[in-house]
Design a protein around this ligand. Sequence first.
Ligand code: GAR
Length: 188
Amino acid sequence: MKRIIVLASGSGSNAENIANYFKDKTNAKVSYILTNNAKAKVLDRAKRLEISSKIFTKQEFAEGKNVLDFLKKEADLIILAGFLLKISPEIVAAFPNKIINIHPALLPKYGGKGMYGMNVHNAVVENKEQETGITIHYVNENYDEGAIIFQESVAVSPEDTPEIVASKVHELEYAFFPKVIEEIVNNL
Ligand code: GAR
């Protein structure tokens, strides 16, 4: 049984979707949800789903040591699902090709520092893009620059608000992210 650890900073709807997907699987399960935000809604979700959770401070994530010790003991695969802090170089080095992020746009467009959540969808609408989508990629030392594993696009209509774009992107995330994770898990 492979242990998937999900990191999330906010709502955690992807974390919940992934946890549910693997709930009855025999090859992998979400064993922990980690957050940097003691007030994150994802902690309520973890409780409801009866999944262990753990809070590390922003400083602990930056320093790496405590988080790394924990992950080395507990994780086979690390999933960033709406996690907004940078992963320390020590952690990246310790888990080559075992840290996966989802980004709510078609990278390399709309990536990099400050480009997360609604900021991305606001920019997509402002720039009158005709499509957007999701990118699932390996994590390296730079924001949003690791090798791309999977992308899927969706049309943006001229009348779409950023909220509508966000919900279209979330639909793609819910449909594809767990399946992509499963494929990776099966090859571990
Ligand atoms: C998701 O859309 C995810 O792609 C995005 O944050 C949202 C989290 O939603 N991640 C980033 O922007 C990372 N740069 P959720 O908390 O409901 O899963």
